[in-house]
Design a protein. Sequence first.
Length: 160
Amino acid sequence: MLKKYLQFFYEKTAICFRNLPFIRHYPDSKELIKYSIVGNFSNFLDLVLYIIFTRFSHFWHENYLWANALSMFVGSVVRFFLHKKWTFRHNAGSSHYQYFRFIIVLILSFILTGLFLFLIVEHFTVNDIIGKIIAMGLVTGFTYYLTKIWVFKKNGPFPK
């Protein structure tokens, strides 16, 4: 019964979304909006896991950068599959190569996010949760660009 209501809600939302004048006039904006939805969902998951790790365990609170790595990893797995199947609808090519490239983007994203988090927390003495939100925001554009042009590129010089 719940599945039926969720399907109905999804269909009605999709119809409204497709009929927005902005989406009709700029079809590429649909992909960016989907990327934002998936990114915000996985970032929310990442942030919730980070808060759970660091606030309910003394070990993870003391090692907040490791908690950041673990929460980012879980969020990234969810992000990869949602981007592949929904955002970019990229079913061609090898998922192994795509996931390998996605992991490279994740590692770069992790390094940048960790660097920003460290600088914000240690040098600007901002709360670590606020610092994580700021760091995530700073890295989002970079990861979108690499994910679009390199991981899920529809055609071009990169192997599929």
